[in-house]
Design a protein around this ligand. Structure first.
Ligand code: UDP
Length: 461
């Protein structure tokens, strides 16, 4: 791209939270904006900025560190998670403000992860536009809102009652087991997550990584009260017709895989014959759960690719990899999008993080849901009961909430070979088409992105 185009382009700063599940959608959104001629600076922690600079190269996107998490111990430094949040806010807000003020290329707008509540103060102080970006579903936001009012002592906005969605369980405080709030004490992480609603009233835009047809009823309901805008699913540009320049990467990985031959391994497998197992970047499964999963995979004749993160590896049964060699592959990390796009994958055993949910839908891969905490439980519910594109492998009802190997095995078989599986594949193929439609040129999400840009610059359209 010629230098002149970058110099003339509008400049948007995208402030990403540090987790993989937060960076991925914001990075893909940045690439989408860049493909429409916007200059982007992704502001993030030092460790992420360093790896992004080293692995990604786009002429319209630069990476800027606003907080030195390397020397300050990251989220496990002094004071735990709360200490990290305080330090991130103190240094991050000062550095980001300075960066925006000093930049030779005036910043039009700050798009910030809704999980970073101090970002809206910067937009007010500097008098620039602000967009809060939600990396979760609209249904999750709708579910968390009453809890936010409770925890932050806000009077709820008067709104029509929640839409009746087939089978949606009562996911309201204090009945939301996933949040563990029934004790009345809220861990800092919950307070932090719920704090994202502070942005609803302060932001000029509230962007959701979702698409209208996926969550139609919830989106329509939310739009009666908040001006929410769906811009997803955020996927790499080569999934679309319009490629972002140099976009040869499936994404950015905080973790590195221990083995690079998983794609070759998949190449040698028949279409739809492999089960992909991954619980995202943050969940740390207990030893019992890993044993049950291992038993389900070992006893079946199904090929599998299983992501067991480095800190979970010691929980694998001894000799598991040796015993299952030829049938399965255990890796510490993989390029999930590349894997889900592979024809050999027939089913995805997932914790149902929102990105994994959207990615499975976008590549048409049926899910066996094993949600662990937070919004994963809501996403799993939608996957099975609302969209009928997966099955929930039920966990025990005791405190441990472990899913037995027989139940996991039953769900895999049902999805791969059962009658229900056929229906699930049909449904997910239709949803996949709707996802593609939404982000294709002039699809609902693409139009929303164009409208967002044209509100920043009326001359854009
Ligand atoms: N991911 C990946 N490789 C892996 C596991 C996960 O690239 O081995 C990516 C996945 O594609 C997704 C993100 O990490 O974009 C995880 O986000 P999600 O919301 O699903 O879960 P979280 O990690 O936030 O719990």
């Amino acid at each position: 791209m010629e230098q002149g185009r970058v110099e003339k382009a509008h400049h948007i700063v995208v402030l990403a939270d540090q987790g993989q599940g937060h960076i991925n959608p914001m990075l893909q959104f940045s690439k989408r904006l860049a493909s429409k001629g916007i200059k982007i600076t992704v502001a993030t922690t030092l460790s992420n900025a360093k790896s992004m600079k080293a692995t990604l190269s786009y002429s319209m996107i630069t990476f800027e560190s606003i907080y030195d998490d390397c020397s300050q111990g990251g989220v496990i430094g002094p004071g735990g998670f709360k200490g990290f949040l305080d330090r991130f806010q103190a240094s991050g807000s000062t550095n980001l403000t300075r960066f925006i003020l000093d930049h030779e290329h005036p910043v039009k707008c700050l798009v910030y992860d809704a999980n970073i509540p101090w970002a809206s103060k910067i937009t007010t102080q500097l008098d620039i536009a602000g967009a809060a970006f939600f990396t979760q579903s609209c249904a999750t936001a709708a579910t968390y809102y009453p809890m936010y009012c409770e925890v932050y002592e806000k009077t709820p906005l008067s709104m029509p009652s929640f839409p009746v969605i087939t089978g949606l369980p009562k996911l309201r405080f204090p009945n939301l087991p996933s949040l563990g709030c029934s004790t009345g004490r809220y861990p800092p992480i919950i307070i932090h997550i719920l704090g994202q609603f502070d942005n609803f009233g302060k932001a000029d835009w509230v962007l959701f990584n979702s698409f209208d047809k996926l969550e139609e009823e919830v989106v329509n309901w939310m739009k009666k009260v908040w001006d929410v805008v769906t811009i997803g699913p955020t996927l790499p540009s080569f999934y679309l017709d319009k490629r972002v320049e140099n976009d040869n990467e499936y994404g950015f990985n905080i973790h590195k895989p221990n083995s690079s031959n998983f794609m070759e391994w998949l190449d040698s497998k028949k279409t739809g014959s492999v089960v992909y197992v991954s619980f995202g970047s943050a969940a740390n499964l207990c030893a019992e759960q890993i044993t049950e999963l291992a038993d389900a995979l070992r006893q079946s004749n199904i090929m599998f690719l299983w992501v067991v993160k480095p800190d979970e590896q010691s929980k694998l049964p001894i000799d598991f990899s040796k015993e299952t060699s030829g049938k399965g592959l255990v890796v510490t990390w993989c390029s999930q999008l590349e894997v889900l796009a592979h024809h050999a994958i027939g089913c995805f055993i997932s914790h149902c993080g929102w990105n994994s949910t959207l990615e499975a839908i976008s590549f048409g891969v049926p899910i066996v849901a094993m949600p662990q905490i937070l919004d994963q439980i809501i996403n799993a519910h939608f996957l099975e009961k609302v969209w009928s594109v997966g099955l929930i492998a039920k966990a025990s009802e005791d405190e441990k909430g472990v899913t037995a190997s027989e139940e996991i095995y039953r769900c895999i078989r049902e999805v791969l070979e059962g009658e229900r599986g056929q229906e699930i594949r049909k449904n997910i193929t239709s949803l996949k088409e709707l996802a593609k439609e939404a982000i294709d040129t002039s699809g609902s999400s693409d139009k929303h992105i164009d409208e967002f840009i044209s509100q920043l610059d009326p001359a854009y359209l």
